[in-house]
Structure formats: structure tokens, C-alpha cells
Design a protein around this ligand. Structure first.
Ligand code: F6R
Length: 631
């Protein structure tokens, strides 16, 4: 989390920094700040504000900072409350070094104690503040060697300091001793350099760069770079100069309009029919000879043939998509599959098994835990001599140019388009679709389903754009009405079974993250093993009941809740059995296999309307960020 942006060149830095920060606010909105070296006085001018970026913009709207070199930051608080004193940039005691950081410095306590003993005064509670103090100390030591005061000196000082840092970081640093230079460095957190016309701009993510240039140089892990208006020098961790060609940015700057929707989240829920259409257009191809529809993933059949088992790592909503995926891969395609929280996998991975496919699922492509889990798996598998244990990877992401996209050429681009709302909706839907594609592909290659079943599933998928559109039309108003009755509840329980258990989890996550109402999802059969004790008439129970394998069981579980006075809401087709629900959110009668793609829609709408009715900031819920780049 946190977004950083830094610029050096010939143009005024402040508007470029503010513009970059606007594009990075999705990474955190606890506070924002900028620092620019004034080109006349050569002093650092810093301005920070608590809360959203608009507060910083208000602060600086009447200030004209003449300076072409600067850094900016939008914060998601890790160490220290969201207060001005903890906002970045952080500045050393002499006022000469300013730093912005995205990441966590794990050994900051130890470094801080040492610095305090040496008389350094700390002005914040952050882990980051040790960095400017350490750099100033290094610069002071280097000055004793009578080195010239220039960007290279700053580079040496920063290199010496980062060798003592533990944890992950992306850093941008200013020093008044080299007023036209910037030093940037990264370990595990992303950082991209954009080569503009008259400036170099670095940022945590490409949208902050895309309106200035399409020519970029992503900084690789453990690299450090010195930038001034004349050029860029990049070094690896062995201090070897790196030369490589810039690449062109595929994504154009997209201006996303809310259209007539009150919030981006609602617009993105409404984007889902188009998400389905885009996915079908891109990934379903018709064989010109047979007319047969096939999944068009860019990996050859041999790749699928060699796989005997699958492990999936993901976090949050992406993990819920992975759980539906796991169900499909096991139950439809017959491949043993396990899903792991990436944050758990990285510290307690399962024993290595041969011929395993590892799938990383992350819409942002930058989730620190998911990237670390994938890195760990690449590392431990690459060290095996037996070919059967070597890494096989697939990344499922909405950002092909992201960190996960650079790990493997086996990428499934979910093609959901930019998602602005922090709560994932259309990206979840598109991740689900990607797993349907994979399950179909595996079922074909392994022969685990008849051609008829496969064709039926494909044909059901082609109906999705229309079905989802109809669902939205049917439910938006009724979900809003239902929200009026339930916007004040304290707890909500979501139940699902089989392929829809992850949808119960996702329904609960959506509700709690944007409405701040406590919600929990359970496999319906587990209710009686504890959670049922929570039930009374104040706790609504939302049950996903789709005719098929477990329909009767889910209805019985719903009965058990009703017997405890719970208000029962059903997400189910209008069919026998569903009359037990006090309120039905009807979905069409469809094949159970594709039901998650429809069942999620009314749940997204209900969460949205409850949060909107509570007057909350639906698109930027408190304490969250769109891209979670810290552990
Ligand atoms: C919830 C949500 C989060 C993310 C999680 C992983 O609406 O968006 O739970 O799903 O932080 O993010 P990605 O998919 O970017 O790895």
C-alpha cells in the first residue's frame, strides 16, 4: 500500500506530483504529502495533510513552489496513526533529506533506538523516519572524505543505508546537496520509471505515469537508480550498472467516468455484463472447421497434460474466486487442487509434490503476500534437480504489466478494465470466468468430462451477458428497498454450500468492508456446529440455495436458522422449497456449475445499497486500499 511518486526534469514538479498522487490514491488515503526542492533557495518545501488527497490539494492550491524536483506520497497507515506528523515525506533533523516510502522497515525499532542515542530527534511514529536520519548520517560521513556534493554521493549514501534495512520498500529520496537529483530504490515493493519529454517520473504504478509518457523502465527487485534531468543510472544490489531498453506501456491513460452512477462501485457492478462479453470475445474461439467453441488460452496442450495437481495462492476476494476455481478444477476437471491464503502459504508451504501447477490470483498484480508466495514457490522449486518438481506458473490478473505479470509469461488477463472502487466486484467476476476457462481446458485435455458436458458449460457461459444484465435490472431497486430495512443491523450471516460456499464468504466480505456491519460466511452445514448460537430475530441470514447437488441440504440448514427466529433471505430461483425464505432475491434457474456467477450479483447490490444508505464512503472504505503492497 501507499503510493509514491517522484519527478526530476525541467517542468514544475508540484502539478506533476499532485496529478500522479490522484492516480495513486487507490493505494491509501490516510494522508498525503509532497516535498519539492525550491529552485531558488535550494531548500526543501514540504506540505502534508491528514486524510484524503483533496486536503493536501486544498493546502497547496494557493502555493506556487518553484522547483522541478520533488517527491509525493499517499499513505495507508502501517506504523503510526493517520495524523499529519506521520504523513510522508519524512525529513531529517537538518532539513536536507526528504524521503517517501512504500513498504515496511522491519528493523526500524532497533535503528531508531540507536539513532536516538546519538541525539537524533524523531518527529513521527513511523518506521520510515529512520531512513532520512540514516541517510543524513551517511552523507555526513561521506563529506568527511571530501567527496563532491552531487547525485552520486546521495546514491552511495542511500546504498549504504538500504543495506542495513530489513523488510520491503520502494523509496524516493531528495537531498538539497544535489538539488536536481533523485534517488529511488526498491525491494519487493513496485517502482516504475517513466521517461517523459523533459522529465523522469517514478511511481508505484503506471497510471501515475501514463498521462506523461508511454515509455517506461520498471525497476527490478533490489535495484537503485539515480535520476537527474540528463539521465538515469540503474545499479543492481552488487553495484553493477544495469543497461536495458525501455519498454512501452501497453495501457493507455484511461479516464474512467462514473457516468450517472452515484458511486464507482455501483457502476462497476453494472459493468459486469460487459466484463462477461469481453471475456467471451477474447477467450472463446470458434473452430472454423467444426464450429466448436473452445477456450483460447495461450498455453499449449502439453502444458496442461503434464499437470497432476494445482495449488492456488491469493488473498481476500481473489481467494474467494480461487475457491470457486478450486471447486471447478477438482469437481469438473478432476485435478486435485488446494487453495491457500498467500500470507499463510509463504510461511508454511505444503511439502513439494511433482508436476504441480501454481496459480497466483491477484487483480492488482501487486499484493505483497501473493507475490512473496509465488517468489518462494519459484525459488524452492527451481532449486530441485528433478524436472518434475520445477515451477509451472499461471498468473490470473487484471494488470499484465504488474509484478505478478513479470513473473511468468503464462498470464490470464482477466480483461475487466480499470476498477476504481476499492471493493472488488467486476474483477472478482472476471477472475471467476478465468477459472471456468481453466477448468474447461483441463477437462478437455484430461478427458475428465464428456464433450456434451463441456459444450453445455460453454454454452451456459455464452448466455451470461444477458443473464447478468437482467439480474441487475431485476435486483437494483429491490436490493435498495431491502437495504432500507437492514441498514442498521449489527450482524449478518451468509450461508452457502459446495460451489456457492465461497460466494457466501464473498457476500459477507463485501458487506463488512463497505458497510462496517459484521458479517460472516459459513458452509451451511457448519451452522449447527457453533455459529447457530448467534442467531435470533435481529440477525438476518442470507442463504444461497441453487437446485442441484446440495439444494435440499441448504434448505434444511435455512430451516434450522428460521427455527431460531432469524429473518431469512434467499438467493435462489423461484422454485419449490424457496417459499421458506422471508425474502427472496430471485435468480434464474441455471445449471449449478455457473450459479456463482449469478448468485454474487444480488449480494454485491445489497452490500452496496446498505453502505450507501448508511451514508458511507463506498468507493474508499475506511482503512482499506486497492493494492496491498505490505505484508
Ligand atoms: C475486497 C478486496 C480485497 C482484495 C485483496 C487481494 O473487496 O478487494 O480483499 O481482493 O486485497 O487483492 P488482489 O486481488 O489485488 O491481490
Amino acid at each position: 500500500m501507499c503510493g509514491i511518486v517522484a519527478v526530476t526534469g525541467y517542468k514544475r514538479a508540484m502539478p506533476l506530483l499532485i496529478n500522479g498522487l490522484k492516480k495513486l490514491e487507490y493505494r491509501g488515503y490516510d494522508s498525503a504529502g509532497i516535498a519539492v526542492i525550491n529552485s531558488e533557495t535550494k531548500k526543501i518545501i514540504c506540505n502534508k495533510a491528514e486524510g484524503k488527497l483533496k486536503n493536501l490539494i486544498n493546502n497547496v492550491s494557493n502555493i506556487d513552489i518553484k522547483g522541478t524536483v520533488g517527491i509525493g506520497h499517499t499513505r495507508w497507515a502501517t506504523h503510526g496513526k493517520p495524523e499529519v506528523k506521520n504523513a510522508h515525506p519524512h525529513i531529517d533533523n537538518s532539513g536536507k533529506v526528504a524521503v517517501v516510502q512504500n513498504g515496511i522497515i522491519e528493523n526500524y525499532q532497533e535503528l531508531k533506538i540507536k539513532l536516538e542515542k546519538e541525539g537524533i530527534i524523531f518527529n513521527s511514529d513511523t518506521d520510515t523516519e529512520v531512513i532520512p536520519h540514516l541517510i543524513q548520517k551517511e552523507l555526513h560521513a561521506l563529506s568527511q572524505l571530501e567527496l563532491e556534493s552531487n547525485g552520486s554521493t546521495l546514491l552511495v549514501a542511500v546504498r549504504n543505508v538500504i543495506s542495513d534495512l530489513e523488510g520491503s520498500y520502494a523509496l524516493a529520496i531528495l537531498w538539497t546537496g544535489a538539488p536536481d537529483s533523485l534517488v529511488v530504490a526498491r525491494r519487493q515493493a513496485p517502482l516504475i520509471i517513466g521517461i517523459g519529454e523533459g522529465e523522469f517520473i517514478c511511481a508505484s504504478d503506471t497510471p501515475a505515469i501514463a498521462n506523461l509518457t508511454k515509455i517506461i523502465l520498471p525497476l527490478e527487485d533490489e535495484e537503485i537508480a539515480l535520476l537527474n534531468p540528463l539521465g538515469i543510472e540503474i545499479y543492481n544490489s552488487n553495484n553493477e550498472r544495469q543497461f536495458r531498453n525501455p519498454i512501452s506501456l501497453q495501457t493507455s491513460e484511461q479516464v474512467i467516468d462514473k457516468m450517472s452512477f452515484r458511486h464507482y462501485m455501483l457502476k462497476e457492478i453494472y459493468d459486469q455484463p460487459e466484463t462477461a462479453k469481453n471475456w467471451l470475445d477474447k477467450f472463446l474461439i470458434k473452430d472454423s472447421d467444426t464450429g466448436q467453441l473452445n477456450i483460447n488460452y495461450n498455453f499449449d496442450t502439453k502444458f496442461f497434460e503434464s499437470i497432476e495437481r494445482i495449488e492456488i495462492v491469493a488473498c481476500g476476494t481473489s481467494k474467494h474466486a480461487a475457491m470457486v476455481g478450486s471447486f471447478l478444477l477438482e469437481q469438473f476437471a478432476g485435478i486435485p487442487t488446494n487453495v491457500f491464503y498467500a500470507s499463510e502459504f509463504r510461511y508454511s508451504p505444503p511439502p513439494l509434490l511433482p508436476n504441480t501447477l501454481t496459480i497466483g490470483v491477484t487483480q492488482s498484480g501487486e499484493t505483497a503476500d501473493t507475490i512473496a508466495a509465488i517468489n518462494m514457490e519459484i525459488q524452492r522449486r527451481s532449486s530441485m534437480s528433478d524436472e518434475k518438481y520445477k515451477p509451472n506458473l499461471i498468473a490470473i490478473t487484471n494488470r499484465v504489466e504488474s509484478s505478478i505479470g513479470r513473473k511468468t509469461s503464462n498470464i490470464i488477463d482477466i480483461c475487466a478494465g480499470i476498477e476504481i472502487g476499492v471493493a472488488a466486484t467486476k474483477t472478482f467476476f472476471a477472475q471467476l470466468l478465468s477459472f471456468y476457462g481453466l477448468a474447461i481446458k483441463f477437462a478437455q485435455v484430461k478427458g475428465s468430462q464428456s464433450e456434451k458436458n463441456i459444450n453445455q458449460l460453454i454454452s451456459e457461459l455464452t448466455n451470461l451477458p444477458l443473464l447478468v444484465e437482467q439480474l441487475l435490472e431485476k435486483h437494483n431497486h429491490s436490493a435498495e428497498k431491502l437495504a432500507h430495512d437492514f441498514f442498521n443491523v449489527k450482524d449478518v450471516i451468509f450461508l452457502g454450500r459446495g460451489i456457492n460456499y465461497p460466494i457466501a464468504l464473498e457476500g459477507a466480505l463485501k458487506l463488512k468492508e463497505i458497510s462496517y456491519i459484521h458479517a460472516a460466511g459459513y458452509p451451511a452445514g457448519e451452522m449447527k456446529h457453533g455459529p447457530i448460537a448467534l442467531l435470533d430475530k435481529k440477525v438476518p441470514v442470507i442463504s444461497i440455495a441453487i437446485p442441484g447437488e446440495v439444494f435440499d441440504k441448504v434448505i434444511s440448514n435455512a430451516q434450522e436458522a428460521k427455527a431460531r427466529d432469524a429473518f431469512l433471505i434467499g438467493v435462489a430461483p423461484e422454485c419449490n422449497g424457496t417459499e421458506i425464505f422471508d425474502h427472496l432475491m430471485p435468480i434464474p434457474s441455471i445449471n449449478e456449475w455457473i450459479s456463482p456467477l449469478l448468485a454474487i450479483v444480488p449480494l454485491q447490490l445489497l452490500s452496496y445499497h446498505i453502505a450507501a444508505h448508511r451514508g458511507l464512503d463506498v468507493d474508499q472504505p475506511r482503512n482499506l486500499a486497492k493494492s496491498v503492497t505490505v505484508e
